[in-house]
Design a protein around this ligand. Structure first.
Ligand code: NAG
Ligand code: NAG
Ligand code: NAG
Length: 408
């Protein structure tokens, strides 16, 4: 009896140990498996080594360091580790270093056969993929009733996701009822979009009619149209806004545009629910400046911007600090860059106007609608303007987007 008990105990122990051993092996493997995502093309890497381009020569110390530190176990691991470093064809963010890319031949033919100036289907996404192979186009503009299935945003708190706000979003979406642009725009086989920034660079350039020619005109926060139409146009398809940026005077709102809400903190959702249900706003603690108390749009003309664009712009495209996925110093992209990110996923061609500051001309206005001079610009706590500009510059240089006012 006693002996068989002991035997059983030892057996159990052996099984348990075996299980743990196995598990640890699996864990170990999965950790390794997760690491390389970019380095899918070892053949390219080998070519690079033999070519010994200047970029590679600048980084020998890193190669040695990383090899030693990671102690790879197999030849495959070594290849991947080396690949991560030698793959300096791409920058830290995963963008091609040399941005003078060409489209795939079949697309060159396809676009070459279109009349000059006609909208090129899939152009922006194709160019983006050419300089940034990780780009995955599908990402809905606005949240719809299936929003909880959006895995990339469900685990992040605002502004990078909607975690903790699911209930209030459900309530809002039940009454807004619409989750697209408009039946007409949604059915277009090719959409050309323009994001109109608020920069003083737009002043006196008479861009209005060129801006109005786009299918989708995106404006930001309180940037006015009335009184500025010669320079900024008259058409507004949507106005993307956060509470502190929303126009305070109801008569300033266009009568035929979508009010698109972009959340930067959990409290913003509560504000938006009040606007959608036209409820009286009591107290405005928690906002960093006065907020609009009434938005004169029907619930069916209101949308919630997919927070994925904030997350992707911050962490993938610009490379701002992750900060455990929480809002922190210098890790919030500006609304303009968020809007451009949205357009890359949802428009066939993307243009911008009114972006960028010319710091050599501090006497020029900061915004096209205000007297405040550029010299008044302060170092921002939330944004990282210079890192953001690096990203936008890549898009312009590679012709992913067109900059009508040449400020980027
Ligand atoms: C138009 O397409 C055909 C093949 O589909 C191609 O041979 C031709 O070169 C294209 N034209 C231009 C201007 O790219
Ligand atoms: C634009 O033109 C108006 C009128 O000519 C002028 O007062 C203003 O200073 C100009 N603004 C800029 C930024 O050049
Ligand atoms: C912006 O990014 C640069 C480079 O990562 C960093 O040195 C700088 O401190 C950042 N600025 C802000 C405001 O976070």
């Amino acid at each position: 009896m006693k002996v068989s008990h002991k035997l059983l105990f030892v057996l159990c122990l052996a099984v348990a140990l075996g299980y743990i051993f196995n598990l640890s092996k699996k864990l170990h493997l999965s950790v390794w498996g997760q690491k390389p995502q970019i380095e899918t093309e070892p053949t390219l890497i080998v070519l690079n080594v033999t070519q010994s381009t200047p970029e590679i020569r600048t980084e020998p110390t890193r190669i040695v360091l990383q090899k030693g530190a990671s102690t790879p176990e197999s030849e495959a691991d070594i290849a991947l580790t080396v690949g991560r470093i030698v793959g300096s064809e791409y920058d830290k963010q995963g963008f091609l270093q040399k941005l003078d890319v060409k489209l795939p031949v079949e697309l060159e033919y396809k676009y070459g056969n279109l009349t000059e100036g006609v909208c090129k289907p899939g152009y922006a996404a194709a160019m983006m993929t050419a300089i940034y192979p990780k780009f995955m186009k599908p990402a809905p503009m606005f949240l719809d009733r299936n929003f909880k299935r959006l895995a990339k945003v469900s685990k992040f708190l605002p502004p990078f996701g909607f975690k903790t706000q699911e209930r209030i979003i459900d309530i809002i979406l039940t009454i807004t009822k619409n989750y697209g642009l408009s039946p007409h725009l949604d059915s277009l086989p090719c959409k050309r979009c323009i994001i109109v920034g608020n920069g003083g660079i737009l002043a006196n350039k008479s861009m209005g009619s060129r801006i109005d020619a786009y299918d989708v005109v995106v404006r930001l926060n309180e940037a006015p149209v009335t009184g500025f139409s010669r320079d900024v146009g008259t058409k507004t398809t949507m106005r993307i806004t956060y509470p502190e940026g929303a126009m305070q005077k109801p008569d300033r709102y266009e009568t035929d545009s979508l009010f698109v809400f972009s959340a930067f903190k959990p409290l913003d959702f509560k504000w938006f629910k009040h606007m959608v249900f036209n409820e009286k706003l009591r107290g405005t603690e928690g906002f960093w400046k006065p907020v609009a108390r009434h938005v004169p749009r029907e619930p069916t003309e209101m949308r919630i911007l997919n927070p994925y664009f904030i997350q992707e712009a911050a962490f993938q495209f610009i490379g701002l600090p992750l900060n455990n996925g929480l809002m922190g110093k210098g890790n919030i992209p500006t609304l303009g860059t968020v809007a451009i990110t949205m357009a890359l996923h949802n428009c066939d061609e993307v243009a911008v106007a009114g972006f960028g500051y010319d710091m050599t001309k501090p006497y020029l206005p900061l915004h096209y609608y205000e007297k405040v001079k550029m010299s008044a610009i302060k170092e921002s706590w939330t944004h990282n303007i210079s890192k953001e500009k690096e990203f936008l510059h890549k898009l312009v240089k590679a012709k992913v987007i067109t900059d009508l006012t040449n400020g980027i």
